[in-house]
Ligand binder design. Sequence first.
Ligand SMILES: Nc1ncnc2c1ncn2[C@@H]1O[C@H](COP(=O)(O)OP(=O)(O)OP(=O)(O)O)[C@@H](O)[C@H]1O
Length: 633
Amino acid sequence: MTSVLIGVENISTPKWAKVGRKAATVSLGKALRSLPEAIGVVLRLAWRTSPGLTVAAGVVHVVSGCVTAFGLLATADVFAALLRDGPTPQRVAESLPALAVVVGSYAARALLDTAVAAVESSLRPRVSRAANDEVTAVLVRAELLAFEDADFRELARQGGRHGVRGLESSLRYLADLVSSCITMIAAIVTVGLLHPWLAPALLLAALANAWASARVSKLRYEHFLDSVTRNIRKGVVEEVATDRDFALERHALTLQERLLAEHRRIADSLMGDEIRMAHKTNLVRLTGRALAGLGTGFAYAVLGVLLYSGGMELALAGTALLAMRTGFSSLSTTTRAVNAIYEDSFYIDFYRKLLVEGAERAQGSSPTKAPPDPELITLDHVTFRYPGKDTPALDDVSLTVRRGEVVALVGENGSGKTTLGKVLTGLYPVDGGTVRWDGVDLAEADKTSVHSSIAVIAQDPAQWPMTARRNVTVGRLDRDDDQAWQDAVERSGADEVLATLPSGADTVLSRQFNDGQDLSGGQWQRMGIARGMYRDASVLVADEPTAALDAKAEARVFEGLREAAARRTTILVTHRLANIRNADRIVLLDKGKIVEQGTHEELMALRGHYHELFELQAAAYRGDLLSPTDEAA
Ligand SMILES: Nc1ncnc2c1ncn2[C@@H]1O[C@H](COP(=O)(O)OP(=O)(O)OP(=O)(O)O)[C@@H](O)[C@H]1O
């Protein structure tokens, strides 16, 4: 039996892809009308990047198209002169001025092509850099909670990758479109002037081509949307199957072959769909080409009938033939360009959505500054839900913490301790109730002013690819205090880590750099604690700061945190209750609610849930054979 190993078979379609599907099902005409919007995005970006180059690009393309059209008309004159009645030398002599114009137009076209290439090669990298910069800026400035939203993360990936690529390619095709459109119009007008019946025949071929190209784009886009979720799943399996983080358990659990099989299964299903899509598009292309061939055949037939019936002179027929050939070739360039921009427009839409959503989720600024050293932090009936979740992680929580207090948050896994730490420090905005620092509502306060006053020591600290010294001083880059650095590394036990490094504090803590080193989990945790201590913020949240530390290091860290506590508000999240016996207050959470709070002695006297948890841990140390049921009884 092959059961799904990673995730579930059908992961939900991201929000942006659902919107994309709606766009893919609208009628062709309606979809084509949305083209100018995509072109507008490209032009606005190009204009913002370099107005001079944008105008230059427009001018060289228009001139290039005009020169081609002019060359076409001059060629018609050559034909007219050559096919006129009279002696051959005289006809050749009379055709020479027109011939000179033709040669001149070719020369001008060659020069213009070089100018086009020069302008484009200067403009395109600028546009792609600007688009990339916008995406990066939007992501860097997004609020923390945005990164908890899987839809937003996926939109960021698609908008950043496909969107920016779509913009670049649209810019290239837009240039082709301008010049080929001008040539095409010149050809259709020339043909139409020679005989009104020839123009519709030319248009018929164009429409058939356009229909086929647009249909193919739509099919490809639908295929992209159909395979989005499977591609996400394939990416996840790929990561699990090849990433270093999973390597240990992958080997220890002998999962390699199972993972490979899962990867192959998804890849096979994607490949099957891709082949089916390719067959469908080939059929559509064939139909389009057949219809275009009919149009072309009809145009030549009309020309033949006109010649046969004497409706058109031979000289004019030669011109018509040339104009029709030029028309067909510029038609195919135009259709290809329209088609490519149409296809790109879907991806450009991701880019636009990312910018819009990113702007909505930007951290933002406010004239209201949070107090840098709050005396009182008050949570009033606070409720918080993670994006896409129905059950609140915090449910009607009210709590007041004074400066100098050490408050310990305890409770079972998933009870809301980490979330409470993030809400209290303004990292997450609340859904209901208020969080105030000395009366200032954090919902209205400038986030940078709030975050400047906080330090978070995480259980799994970021492993910055920097030197060991920077890994600590990044806690507050504008601070250059040797004594503080020394204190931080000693109190956290990071000094022992530094002593093992080949270049001491100057060793880069990343294997991606020459002579870089990696650290163990506990060593990284010490670096994280040192960073938090060096930051010297007025509100410190230490979330399981010592989970990976040995007993000696743990005692040293708690001692350090206690020493520094008098000057700040300290929130400790921990499961090791022995470490927080001296806390000023212990707050016990259960399913997002505060169920007990008080000092250790008060809570023990209450003989409630805290008492039960504490006795369980104490019994384990005493070596008593106590089970949770015994204790509850
Ligand atoms: N990023 C997230 N997205 C969605 N739900 C989350 C996220 N992080 C936590 N939760 C949910 O919120 C609730 C509270 O989680 P939280 O991390 O605050 O608990 P905790 O008490 O710190 O747990 P632990 O002791 O295991 O660290 C849990 O139900 C958890 O599943």
